[in-house]
Ligand binder design. Structure first.
Ligand SMILES: N[C@@H](CCC[C@H](N)C(=O)O)C(=O)O
Length: 287
C-alpha cells in the first residue's frame, strides 16, 4: 500500500486558488510527482497546488514546503498556498507568525484575523536571466515575442518578473475577453520561457486597482494566483501605471498587494478558507 494512504490532508483555498495541504513533518514519508497527480484526481481534491510540509532546514523556521502543481511539476513559490499553510499551522496556536521555507528562500506569513492572512513574498527578480527568459532583453518591462502566431502577436509586448517563479504579464483592455484555454498553453510553453511561465492578462482599472486572469504553469486556468498578482503589481508600478499598493481582482476574489519601497519586498493580503479535511483514500494510489 502507498505510505500516503490514510494520511491526513486539508482541502483549502486562497480566494479560490485550490490548495491541498499535507503535513509530513515527523514522518519519513515523501510525495512523488506521480503521487501528486494521483491526489489531484481524488474526490473533491482537484487542486491547483499541493503544499507538502517537511522538517525545516534552518533554525527558527516552522516547515519546509515543497509545492506541486497538479501536473506533478514543482514550483518554488505559491503565495495563496503559503497563506493557507500559515492558517493550518496557526489555527491552534496563540502566535500569529510563521516562517516557512521553499527552494526559493524563506517566506514569512502572519494572521490579520481568523481568515485573513498576509505573506511577505520577498523581492521580485527583474533581470531576464533571473526570470528566466531564453534570450537577452534590455528592458523586462517591454518584451516582444519573436515569431509569434498572429493571435499572440496581436497581444503586443508583455512585462516579465520572477516572484521565485516565472511570470509574463500581458496588458489588455478586458481580461474577460481573452481565450485563456487557447492562449495560456501556447504561451506557457513558448520557447521564450525555458522553465515555462505563468501567464497573466491584466487590465489596469485605476492607479489602485487591477483586474487579472491567470493561466498557471502546470495547473491551467485558475480562480486566483497570488504570485501572479504580485508580479503584475510590480510590472504595473515599473511601467508607472499604478501606485505601489493596489487591489488585484481575480475571478475568485480580491488580493491587496503592496510593493514596499524600503526593502523591495512584495506583501500579499487576502482571505483563505478551509473547505474540508480528511484522509487519503488508499484507492487513490492504486493505479
Ligand atoms: N497559485 C500560486 C502560484 C502557483 C505556482 C505556479 N503554477 C508555478 O508553477 O509557478 C500562487 O498563489 O502564487
Amino acid at each position: 500500500m502507498n505510505p500516503l494512504a490514510n494520511h491526513p490532508f486539508l482541502k483549502m483555498n486562497g480566494i479560490g486558488n485550490a490548495i491541498v495541504v499535507v503535513d509530513l513533518r515527523g514522518t519519513k514519508l515523501n510525495v512523488t510527482p506521480q503521487d501528486a497527480r494521483a491526489i489531484a484526481r481524488g474526490d473533491g481534491l482537484a487542486y491547483d497546488q499541493l503544499m507538502v510540509l517537511r522538517e525545516p532546514k534552518r533554525d527558527g523556521a516552522d516547515a519546509f514546503m515543497t509545492i506541486f502543481n497538479n501536473d506533478g511539476s514543482e514550483s518554488a513559490s505559491c503565495g495563496n498556498g503559503t497563506r493557507c499553510v500559515a492558517w493550518a499551522l496557526l489555527r491552534d496556536s496563540q502566535y500569529d507568525h510563521v516562517l516557512l521555507e521553499t527552494s526559493a528562500g524563506p517566506l514569512e506569513s502572519w494572521r490579520n484575523s481568523e481568515r485573513n492572512f498576509t505573506v511577505d513574498m520577498g523581492p521580485p527578480r527583474l533581470e531576464w536571466r533571473d526570470i528566466p527568459l531564453a534570450s537577452a532583453v534590455a528592458d523586462t518591462r517591454v518584451v516582444s515575442l519573436p515569431d509569434a502566431a498572429p493571435e499572440i502577436a496581436a497581444l503586443g509586448p508583455f512585462s516579465a518578473a520572477s516572484m521565485g517563479n516565472p511570470h509574463a504579464v500581458f496588458w489588455v483592455k478586458d481580461p474577460d475577453t481573452i481565450d485563456l484555454a487557447k492562449l495560456g498553453p501556447a504561451l506557457e510553453h513558448h520557447s521564450m520561457f525555458p522553465q515555462r511561465a505563468n501567464i497573466s492578462f491584466a487590465q489596469v482599472v485605476s492607479r489602485q486597482h487591477i483586474r487579472l486572469r491567470v493561466w498557471e504553469r502546470g495547473a491551467g486556468i485558475t480562480q486566483a494566483c497570488g504570485s501572479a498578482a504580485c508580479a503584475t503589481l510590480v510590472c504595473a508600478v515599473r511601467k508607472e501605471m499604478t501606485d505601489r499598493k493596489a487591489t488585484v481582482s481575480l475571478p475568485g476574489g480580491d488580493l491587496m498587494i503592496e510593493w514596499r519601497p524600503h526593502d523591495s519586498h512584495v506583501l500579499m493580503t487576502g482571505a483563505i478558507e478551509l473547505e474540508f479535511e480528511g484522509r487519503f483514500d488508499p484507492a487513490l494510489f492504486a493505479s
